[in-house]
Design a protein around this ligand. Structure first.
Ligand code: IMP
Length: 392
């Protein structure tokens, strides 16, 4: 049994990581975020209540778990305390017992938000000040949580009880064999180094970001799981080879409720891209894949999977982050038969329609990574486990 599991977005974010984390958190002791800020949006349905979390790790919805905001995260104190109040209204108490914030995380200040709103439109940022806060950090002009507390700013006193050296803490937890979930935000193709730059976010969303964003060594990570949607979505601008600008795209967008939980923007929709997923598997060292929202594809007569790109008359199976090359990559598809049945309440892999099982098996073959879990809806009970050994 793994002692810790990383849950990483393998596409452009919004893969359903929040639901997966929430599901796995039940058996975890610690849930730690290592990148991004309140640009993320995790929608979780727990005990018939819907919670949207942007900054606080999704493990907060379970009792007696320690949730860590690591040094790689950027923290907007206003959002942090709003979220604590939102949770409190839903009956969930947030205290220094269940939430810890790194003393060396960087703060998002009002000027970062102003700058993002003024300049972030080309990329289509979430306007939350994420880029400017990370830019200040890299330029060595940033304000860390510890600096902010010492300066006696608006939220300094309120923040203080939550603040710790979280690298020390996480390493102690690892030594004590506590079960830790590393909660990724955004996705591999939005990674500042390995995504479709400049149409990316400003942090490392890949598994490597766990080490820098929490202060642990790479050898300490046990299992790395990539989360993919059964199709692809993207919010904001940037290349998207399998994008659908037709009725099928609209249908998937509606059925999947593909509207951003952070900004409300409609998400662009496209077919599953095995070339992209294979790239994500390589960059992250995935042990397995979790496929979400398979239920959304129900009712489609034919389902396509991108298996390669045609670039300048040549076929390739390698992804590229060279924008010009990616924009000129024509997807090559295989076409699979769909299924009509509503699968959202299926409880066993064997009970899925044959064509749904074939789809999953084909994705596994193409990406060359086993599927360990399939999600068929937002609820905790709408989850199939295919490989028990990958989880707690
Ligand atoms: P930023 O992270 O606000 O700077 O936005 C940069 C790009 O990443 C934009 O295209 C955003 O739409 C996208 N983005 C940021 N966070 C998320 C997320 O959690 N899910 C999906 N897209 C995101």
């Amino acid at each position: 049994m793994p002692r810790n599991i990383a849950v990483i977005g393998a596409q452009f974010g919004d893969e359903g990581k929040g639901k997966v984390i929430d599901f796995l958190a039940e058996k975890a002791d610690v849930i730690a975020r290592f990148n991004g800020g309140n640009n993320a949006g995790h929608t979780i349905v727990a005990e018939k209540k819907k919670f949207i979390l942007h900054l606080i790790p999704s493990g907060i919805l379970h009792r007696n778990k320690i949730n860590v905001i690591g040094n790689g995260v950027v923290v907007d104190p206003e959002v942090l305390f709003e979220e604590i109040a939102h949770l409190s209204r839903g009956g969930i108490k947030v205290t220094p017992e269940n939430l810890v914030v790194s003393s060396s995380a960087h703060m998002i200040l009002p000027e970062h938000i102003e700058e993002d709103k003024a300049k972030g439109s080309k990329i289509g940022t979430t306007g939350r000040g994420i880029g400017p806060a990370y830019a200040a950090k890299a330029a060595r002009k940033g304000t860390r949580v510890i600096d902010y507390i010492q300066k006696k700013e608006k939220y300094s006193e309120k923040l203080k009880p939550f603040v710790k050296d979280t690298s020390l803490l996480i390493n102690q937890f690892l030594d004590q064999n506590k079960k830790i979930l590393f909660e990724g935000a955004q996705g591999t193709l939005l990674d500042i180094d390995h995504g479709t730059y400049p149409f990316v976010t400003s942090s490392n969303a890949i598994s490597g970001g766990i080490c820098t964003g929490l202060g642990i060594g790479p050898k300490r990570i046990d299992k790395i799981t990539g989360v993919v949607k059964a199709y692809v979505t993207r919010v904001g601008n940037g290349p998207f080879p399998t994008e659908l600008n037709d009725k099928t795209g609209e249908r998937i967008q509606k059925a999947g409720n593909e509207f951003g939980s952070t900004t409300g923007r409609a998400r662009r929709v496209g077919w599953f891209d095995a070339v992209m997923a294979k790239y994500a598997a390589r960059i992250n060292s995935f042990d397995s894949m979790i496929i979400t929202k398979l239920d959304v594809l129900s009712g489609l007569e034919k389902i396509k999977i991108c298996v390669g790109y045609r670039r300048k008359e040549k076929r390739t199976e390698e992804f590229t982050t060279n924008l010009e090359e990616l924009e000129n990559s024509e997807p090559i598809y295989i076409v699979m038969d769909g299924w009509d049945d509503d699968i959202s309440n299926v409880k066993q892999f064997e009970d899925l329609p044959k064509n749904a099982k074939d789809y999953l098996r084909r994705v596994e073959q193409l990406v060359k990574i086993p599927v360990s879990m399939v999600s068929l809806g937002p609820g905790r009970e709408q989850t199939l486990i295919l490989r028990r050994n990958e989880f707690f």
